[in-house]
Write a protein that binds this ligand. Structure first.
Ligand code: ADP
Ligand code: MG
Length: 350
């Protein structure tokens, strides 16, 4: 059994089912990320794990013990709220000390632990500041220090970067997992943003309509989404209705703009099967080729600083890909020949 296990969690609000059979596990020391669209029940799942909500059905286990009915304060679980919920008009140090005072640690032990948390989060010079005068990024670090101070066995972070502006978010995307790994705490973060989930976590747990639809390492999830919903949610747009050819020996897939060869024996659908084909943008080459050749017309080109994004019209759909600005990008209206690397094709069942 994993360190944390949730089995068959159900929760309904006002007759609308929100969670309908959510099941997943998290290993000790792992940083997992619950990813899902807004309203998919992520915050509710964290609140169930923390003991702030009770599921109508299903169980929560930590280290093999059923804690479904255990009061929140006895779980050893800390939830860092989306808005941080710092205590206003108190200093940074007082905020960090709060959980330790509640647990009646000695004054000396509290001072030592607060100093340790200030150092961990780079807040040494902020101990006596009023939290109301801090920037968003500083408030986030105080919230993190306060959450880690009581040494939770499980830390839950609800959209930890959601309240921050873009530049700061990018930096904290790198800092946050470093801090969590240094402490070695088991953590679950929540986000609706796939890039954030990829950058923060060892493993992504993808949620849709109250259920876990796929879990895996970020690279694995992105490489092999299980279905078109997962692909689209992860930002993979090159999807075409597809049909496998009728011959067993022949790994060819009919799509609206041609017949493509895949080299993916393991994942191949049965002959005659219908589904979708995902084309990873990294496998699209804009030069004449002998395998999986296609013709296209450039319909759009947008400059994004470190890359150009191209949209190509092909029969029955569009292909999107990014190219580095060092190359001369084709312009809208141009027609071109390309080819698609068979290794970049993924069959998605209907
Ligand atoms: P997420 O965090 O993925 O955006 P939430 O867990 O906040 O999703 O829940 C999604 C929806 O469930 C909310 O938009 C709301 O409609 C409903 N909901 C959540 N908590 C409550 C509650 N305590 N009372 C009533 N409805 C709730
Ligand atoms: Mg939420």
């Amino acid at each position: 059994m994993a360190f944390l296990e949730l089995t068959d969690i159900h929760k309904t609000y006002e007759n609308a089912p929100l969670l309908c059979g959510a099941t997943f596990g998290v290993e000790r020391g792992e940083i997992a990320c619950l990813l899902g669209p807004s309203g998919s029940g992520k915050t509710t799942l964290l609140r169930i794990i923390a003991g702030l909500e009770t599921p109508e059905r299903g169980r929560v286990f930590i280290e093999g013990t059923d804690i479904t009915a255990l009061p929140a304060h006895r779980r050893g679980v800390v939830l860092m709220f989306q808005d941080y919920a710092l205590f206003p008009h108190r200093t940074v140090a007082q905020n960090i000390a709060f959980g330790l005072r509640m647990r009646r640690h000695s004054r000396a032990a509290i001072a030592a632990r607060v100093a340790e948390m200030l150092a961990l989060t780079g807040l040494e010079d902020f101990a006596d500041r009023d939290v109301n005068v801090l920037s968003g990024g500083e408030r986030q670090r105080v919230a993190l220090a306060r959450s880690l101070a009581p040494q939770p066995r499980l830390l839950l972070l609800d959209e930890p970067l959601g309240a921050l502006d873009r530049n700061l978010r990018e930096r904290l995307l790198e800092d946050l997992p470093v801090i969590l790994r240094r402490v070695g705490v088991t953590a679950i973060t929540v986000t609706h943003d796939q890039e954030e989930a990829f950058a923060l976590s060892d493993r992504v747990i993808l949620l849709n309509e109250g259920r876990v639809v796929q879990t895996g390492r970020p690279e694995a999830l992105y490489d092999r989404p299980h279905n078109t919903w997962v692909a689209r949610f992860l930002g993979l747009e090159n999807l075409f209705p597809a049909r496998r050819s009728d011959w067993q020996s022949d790994l060819r897939i009919e799509v609206p703009f041609g017949v493509l060869t895949i080299n993916d024996q393991a994942d191949a659908p049965p002959p005659g099967a219908e589904g979708h084909l995902l084309i990873h943008p990294w496998g699209i080459h804009l030069e004449a080729g002998t395998v999986n050749a296609f013709n296209a017309q450039v319909t759009q080109r947008t400059f994004h600083g470190s890359y150009f994004r191209l949209t190509l019209a092909v029969d029955g759909g569009t292909l999107r890909l990014d190219i580095a600005p060092g190359q001369t990008p084709p312009a809208p209206g141009e027609t071109l020949h390309g080819w698609i690397d068979p290794a970049a094709l993924r069959w998605l069942p209907a």
